[in-house]
Design a protein around this ligand. Structure first.
Ligand code: UDP
Length: 323
């Protein structure tokens, strides 16, 4: 299939492009490289440097690509940043994203696959979380993704654009070739592994007074290759709707640090800090809908294996991507 991947130079997008190429799809990557990296784009894919805010060029690129499906990964995705700069999230994730959605309709693209997030749920009423829980975001990042989900529903009803929206839990790990490199790193696992690599003296724990078993936030870490695999399945005809993607098991910040120590065999100093605004205490997926309807099954569910893949990638790429 002919597929256009917006944000294909970013962390999750790059691994998805790799799997799409492996599966024989013809891939065009559209990315403005503010967060992504040119060398994270699989050489088998065609690269076009475009910003989603450039409506005319986005439409031209979508038309020229002949895409039958669009995978949309391009977004800002930091909870903490969204609490200080909400406008960036509404501008880039909603307004600029809408240009891509409109281009899909105008160009007659058959399917739109969207990267959503468990942050759309806010503080969940219960965990593990199913897709039917109320969505009440507690940060602008989650709100921006929920707004896009709503636009998708209206566009399906009014324009007949089929979509699959995946609510990711915490993406982690790496493929052999492609991994996690943010220019400003705020995510837990890469920050903890920086200490193991000797690039930082310590990591920080944001909040130790949460109502969880050890006082630190609990998250559901899901391997990036398992996320990518769900996207390939979403391209099959007849697949549509909202799906959680997670392993169904939660790990606290302290447990993640301990796993990084075990995998790297190195001690990791952690300093306790106040809570980071916008963080819910506990987010764990019930992904049985994706298992049932997409035949999706995480292949790397264990936290040690997830961390080990990240560790291998960071050891091979201590400075991340060259650009
Ligand atoms: N966290 C932390 N120290 C860090 C980075 C993150 O304690 O250096 C915590 C953060 O508060 C959250 C969890 O680890 O509870 C996962 O954060 P991350 O930024 O990796 O992903 P998010 O859940 O925000 O998508």
């Amino acid at each position: 299939m002919n597929v256009l991947v917006a944000g294909g130079a970013g962390y999750i997008g790059s691994v998805c492009v790799e799997q799409l190429c492996d599966a024989g799809h013809v891939v065009t990557v559209l990315d403005n490289l503010t967060e992504g990296h040119r060398s994270a784009v699989d050489p088998r894919a065609r690269f076009v440097g475009v910003c989603l805010s450039d409506r005319e060029t986005v439409l031209k690129t979508v038309r020229a690509s002949g895409a039958e499906a669009i995978l949309h990964f391009a977004a800002n995705a930091l909870v903490g940043e969204s609490m200080t700069d909400p406008g960036k999230y509404f501008r880039n994730n909603v307004a600029a994203g809408l240009n891509l959605l409109d281009a899909a309709v105008i160009a007659g693209v058959r399917k739109f696959v969207f990267s959503s997030t468990c942050a759309t749920y806010g503080q969940p009423e219960r965990v593990p979380m199913t897709e039917d829980l109320p969505q009440r975001p507690i940060n602008p990042y989650g709100e921006s993704k929920l707004m896009f989900e709503r636009m998708l529903s209206w566009y399906r009803q009014i324009h007949g654009l089929e979509f699959v929206a995946f609510r990711y839990f915490n993406a982690a790990g790496a493929s052999t070739r492609f991994g996690e490199h943010h220019r400003v790193e705020t995510h837990l696992i890469p920050n903890v592994l920086k200490v193991a690599l000797g690039q930082a003296t310590h990591c920080e724990i944001y909040g130790t007074d949460y109502p969880t078993h050890d006082g630190t936030c609990v998250r559901d870490y899901i391997h990036v290759a398992d996320l990518a695999d769900a996207h390939i399945r979403a391209l099959e005809p007849g697949r549509s709707g909202f799906y959680n993607l997670g392993n169904g098991s939660g790990y606290s910040v302290r447990e993640v640090i301990a796993a990084c120590e075990r995998v790297s065999g190195r001690p990791i100093r952690a300093i306790e800090k106040p809570r980071r605004p916008g963080d819910p205490p506990r987010l764990v997926a019930d992904a049985s809908k994706a298992r049932r309807e997409l035949g999706w099954e995480p292949r790397i569910p264990r936290i040690e294996d997830i961390v080990a893949s990240a560790w291998a990638w960071h050891q091979a790429h201590p400075s991340g991507y060259p650009d």
